[in-house]
Write a protein that binds this ligand. Sequence first.
Ligand code: SF4
Ligand code: SF4
Length: 226
Amino acid sequence: MIVAEQKSLDEIKKLVGSAQKVLVVGCGTCVTVCFAGGAREAAIVAAELRMSTKLDGSPKEVTDVTVQRQCEWEYLDEIAPKLGQVDIILSLGCGVGVQAIAEHFPSTWVVPGLNTKFMGLPTEQGVWAERCAACGDCILGITGGICPIARCSKSLLNGPCGGMNNGKCEISPDIECAWVKIYQRLEKKGKLDKFEKIHEAKDYSKHTKPGLYEGEKYAKMRNKNK
Ligand code: SF4
Ligand code: SF4
């Protein structure tokens, strides 16, 4: 899932600026799970913004709504009737959600209320860890299901580097060295031959920006309908 954290109220207020009528839009998918931008957080941010701007002596009209997913056009349509009554949208979706709103409603100014951090998973209650950097050329099949791109501090394709210390990364003793974990996993599975191979530089041409993916089945359907 996509993991994000809320911006500070001060930053949000700066982004909202002088706009008077603010619609806070939450997202009911990934950012709900990481407690950054779901319905509950949208209501809290709206209340904080109302109270804080009132205390500043320039109260704003702040309402909130949460859609199931900000990253799909059809879910955004439900906020369309509200747009005539607001000056600005504060999106509590990930960066994709913010851009989906900006593209779908080009005449409405939208600002982000979150910092989108990474794709990760919960490792314990309330803690999420990065697991994939969407490199476009997955090598988990040769690294025992542990991603060195996302989990090694230097995204090394061969490791561990000389800075590894007792299984920890030189960047911080709190970070486990991804390459030690890869070694241990391959050893356990009797696949150390994979570790002994030098992995060549990845084909980063598969990671050019902006990324675009056209699903084969959809392409066939589209061509059929032409
Ligand atoms: S190798 Fe690339 S696609 Fe696979 S998990 Fe790592 S970053 Fe993601
Ligand atoms: S110590 Fe391990 S995780 Fe840290 S940069 Fe070196 S290889 Fe990567």
